[in-house]
Ligand binder design. Structure first.
Ligand SMILES: NC(=O)CC[C@H](N)C(=O)O
Length: 313
């Protein structure tokens, strides 16, 4: 931790320049308001102590990072058989919002739970009597991993949620396609599923909270403070395997080679990453490269991993 504390501020300043090579996402209009030059990182050690640098006070929405934790909740709710009846275990090599393979490959179920089609299918598996009830369960599950104190909770950013819902023509078409392919069953209301999906993507978070969520995964599902097993180890293993294979969209192979740790990014510019058994990491850098990952954030993780030999390979 001491070496990190000493070097992190300079690494952040060096990586910040990479924001110039990216663009803030604007297909969800509300996301376009994020500060392009911002870069922040929090790293949490296994005892819960943290090192931070840059704009870690920023609040941002989890977007695709949330898919890792809805997958975990769906596994808890349905078991592996229930989940893998609806989604596969393979990377696609396509964009995160692609429909291509849903029609090309039989049966037409999403290749994995981290692409949009897969995450929408996963949203339909979250238990609850109504969309509001499902979102409440998601918030409490995310909040427990994020270390939100009892009484407080994470919340959905209503502006981002409404902004996405009003413009999500592609996600809507993916969801209706899934309904036609019977991945979403007869009894399922597509708009209800989408509402849960858009809301979990719009959960607001900070780098520190992301780092703590990542640390729970780094510790095999155990709470870093109480030691309590929050998530079964086997499910955390599944989530980390997906993060490595497809957490950085179709740049996951390059990220595995250059950084070499499980990670998940979102179009808000957030990245959740972890060094198994050691660190949970939360990054924000809103400017994205062509494959939808934070340009400065990825550069920063490359720098740290190379300097501190973080790769798991
Ligand atoms: N890659 C992402 O972060 C995508 C999440 C976003 N809510 C969407 O569905 O488009």
């Amino acid at each position: 931790m001491e070496e990190l504390r000493a070097k992190l501020p300079a690494w952040v300043e060096a990586s910040r320049a990479l924001a110039n090579e990216g663009q803030v996402a604007s297909y969800i209009p509300e996301l376009a308001k994020a500060p392009r030059e911002a870069l922040g990182i929090t790293i949490m050690g296994r005892d819960g102590s943290t090192v931070s640098a840059g704009e870690t006070e920023l609040r941002f929405t989890m977007q695709s990072i949330s898919k890792v934790f809805t997958l975990l909740l769906a596994l808890i709710d349905n078991g592996e058989k229930g989940v893998f009846a609806k989604v596969g275990m393979e990377p696609t090599g396509d964009d995160f919002n692609s429909m291509l393979k849903l029609e090309l490959v039989e049966p037409g179920k999403p290749f994995n739970p981290l692409i949009n089609a897969g995450a929408i299918a996963i949203s339909s598996l979250i238990r609850g009597s109504s969309p509001a009830d499902k979102v409440a369960r998601i918030l409490s599950f995310f909040g427990e991993a994020a270390g939100v104190q009892a009484g407080g909770s994470l919340s959905v950013n209503g502006e981002v949620y409404r902004s996405e819902s009003a413009t999500a023509h592609r996600n809507r078409s993916l969801a209706y396609f899934l309904k036609d392919n019977e991945v979403l069953g007869e009894e399922i209301d597509v708009e209800d599923v989408l509402s849960v999906y858009f809301q979990h993507c719009s959960v607001e978070i900070t780098c520190g909270q992301l780092a703590r969520m990542a640390l729970v995964l780094a510790l095999g599902g155990a709470d870093p403070v109480s030691g309590r097993q929050l998530i079964p180890r086997r499910y955390v293993r599944i989530a980390k395997a997906f993060m490595l294979m497809c957490g950085m969209y179709n740049a996951s192979g390059e990220f595995a080679i250059q950084v070499g740790i499980p990670a998940k990014s979102g179009v808000s510019g957030g990245i959740l990453a972890l060094v198994p058994g050691r660190y949970g990491i939360g990054v924000i850098g809103p400017a994205l490269g062509p494959k939808g990952n934070s340009t400065a954030g990825v550069h920063l993780l490359e720098t740290i991993s190379a300097s501190l030999d973080w790769s798991i390979f």
